[in-house]
Ligand binder design. Structure first.
Ligand SMILES: [Zn+2]
Length: 470
């Protein structure tokens, strides 16, 4: 067992934003030289400066000042844990964390008061299926026209628009350029640019020429390593790739157990990874404290993934009654992207072969979503953002309601359920004392009209306001 793993089980760290870090991978980030050593270097330089040239030093404290206190007055307050809308709540925030929530809370002297008394306040939203760190659009081959660095810079606005749309956390489920997502997550966490808190996959774990591979090339083209990083065949190769991803910064593992719609030469109804390979991925990921999500369209590929113990099935397009029963029995989340059909079909840039793959699948997926909701399967909110433009993630809510959820269930899918699926209910997913101050507000009542969530007016993440429209 490595030193890092020992520490991860026994220690809690306080990040610069005051949030306790218990996640093993986040701990690795916090041990990065720039997060621990730089303040020490600064302290030393500051001491030198004060000793020899006090007139020109800036005697600012190296460590940040005492965390600020903020009070939010919420006119309406959606309690996602009880499924009720409350009125006239006060949320007290200390630094990055929620300290107290209630109707009778004294606002301390000197606190910054944010008046949302004419708005509806709810937790920051969570999208469990995004591709922020990749290029927008259905055609993967565009990745071949840009360097990894160009792709990374081009993706920065994806993070920004997603946060400003009210999504304070995302589970990003794969990139063609391996580890662009790890870099984006860390750049956001260290404040280089703004975006949601990200949990990332590192790469797609896929069979050769499979749903997560860069296909459609001439037969004699050799791809660079980062464009074929997660290819694995056989349980031991799967374990090797999972081990590497875990070591190199993945927060979870994305496997593809059937063919795909948006992959050249693929067939959504084909089986890709075998049950043995899926099991190897789940077991190996668990050894590193990671969960696995499985892309699966075909009914048997979905069942293989559920039986092997994945945390969620992505798309779940052709799930049958047996699959629905299995998901319920195993407590597996279905993360069904039932809006993006609109984008696949309307975007003139969607390749013709992808449209052919997609024929009939969109409507079937929506009908199966209804069945799964009625059966009481655990549902999370995942849009496959990147297929649709980033920042319009909330358009899926209206479709979730149209196809069988109550507005409260749809909001819960994107808050409490999403946090449970990602494995960080202690940190986000509800406005509860002790959790990160990830809070949004809309002008109307999303329980009466779910489309209110398409126009988020106020966004706070970790106690910091990123958007405030009246
Ligand atoms: Zn996807």
């Amino acid at each position: 067992m490595t030193a890092t793993r020992v520490q991860s089980q026994s220690m809690k760290f306080m990040a610069h934003n005051g949030i306790e870090i218990t996640n093993r991978r986040q701990l690795q980030v916090s041990l990065h030289p720039f997060t621990l050593r730089t303040p020490m270097k600064l302290k030393f330089l500051q001491a030198l400066c004060l000793a020899f040239a006090p007139a020109i030093c800036v005697a600012q404290p190296v460590e940040s000042a005492a965390p600020s206190v903020t009070a939010i007055r919420a006119g309406k307050f959606i309690d996602v844990q009880t499924g009720q809308t409350l009125t006239n709540r006060i949320i007290l925030i200390h630094g990055a964390k929620i300290e107290a929530v209630g109707s009778n809370i004294k606002i301390p002297d000197g606190a910054t008061v944010i008046d949302l008394s004419k708005m509806t306040v709810l937790p920051g939203l969570v999208d469990c299926h995004t591709h922020l760190a990749d290029l927008h659009g259905a055609e993967p081959l565009v990745s071949l026209r840009m360097t990894a660095a160009e792709t990374a810079y081009a993706a920065i606005p994806n993070a920004r628009v997603t946060l400003l749309a009210g999504f304070t956390t995302v589970r990003d489920v794969g990139v063609y350029r391996a580890f662009n997502d790890v870099a984006m997550r860390d750049a956001i966490a260290s404040g280089i640019f703004i975006g949601p808190r990200m949990y990332v996959a590192g790469a797609y774990v896929t069979i050769s020429e499979g749903a997560g591979a860069m296909t459609g090339l001439a037969k004699d083209i050799q791809l660079p390593l980062d464009l074929r990083y997660g290819i694995a065949n056989g349980p031991w190769e799967v374990r090797r790739v999972v081990r590497e991803l875990a070591h190199l910064g993945a927060d979870h593992i994305k496997i593809l157990t059937t063919g795909a719609v948006l992959t050249h030469g693929s067939n959504a109804k084909s089986i890709e990874f075998t049950p043995e390979e899926i099991k190897a991925a789940v077991e190996e990921a668990a050894n590193f404290g990671l969960r696995v999500e499985a892309h699966a369209h075909d009914a048997d590929g979905i069942k293989n993934a559920i039986r092997a113990g994945v945390a969620s099935v992505e798309h779940a397009t052709l799930i049958d009654d047996e699959g629905i029963a299995l998901a319920k029995q195993h407590g597996t989340y279905l993360d069904m992207d039932i809006y993006d059909e609109e984008c696949i079909q309307s975007d003139p840039a969607t390749p013709a072969d992808f449209l052919a793959h997609d024929a009939g699948l969109g409507e079937t997926q929506r009908r199966n979503f209804t069945k799964a909701v009625r059966a009481g399967v655990k549902m999370s909110f995942g849009t496959d953002a990147g297929v649709c433009p980033h920042g319009i993630n909330a358009r899926q809510f209206a479709f979730m309601v149209k196809y069988g959820m109550t507005p409260m269930q749809a909001i819960q899918a994107a808050t409490v359920n999403a946090a449970d699926l990602i494995g960080h209910s202690e940190l986000f997913g509800s406005i509860t004392p002790g959790k990160s101050a990830d809070i949004i507000a809309v002008t109307g009542d999303p329980i009466a009209d779910i489309r209110e969530l398409e126009h988020v007016r106020f966004v706070m993440k970790e106690g910091k306001v990123y958007q405030q429209e009246q």
